[in-house]
Design a binder for this molecule. Structure first.
Ligand SMILES: [Zn+2]
Length: 78
């Protein structure tokens, strides 16, 4: 395996996808990242502060995940 250089889909900066990361992604069956670490962190923050997201998190804690929130998570790739 070799490290890959990927261009971030959001800021178009290149970032390194290390061999260690590739191994971790492969183990988990994840596809290669499309965003650089800082854009991923920013996205995470946005999700955490979005009202919809918070509402969905509440739903999950309170009761079984509804079809709406399942499709939400499919959409954001979790
Ligand atoms: Zn980026």
């Amino acid at each position: 395996m070799e490290k890959k250089t990927i261009r971030c889909q959001d800021c178009y900066n290149k970032f390194i996808f290390t061999v260690k990361q590739q191994e971790r992604y492969a183990e988990n069956g994840w596809t290669d990242p499309i965003r650089c670490p800082s854009c991923r962190a920013r996205k995470k923050e946005i999700w955490a502060t979005t009202t919809d997201y918070q509402q969905l998190m509440e739903e999950i804690t309170l009761r079984k995940c509804s079809p709406a929130c399942r499709s939400f998570f499919r959409k954001i790739g979790r």
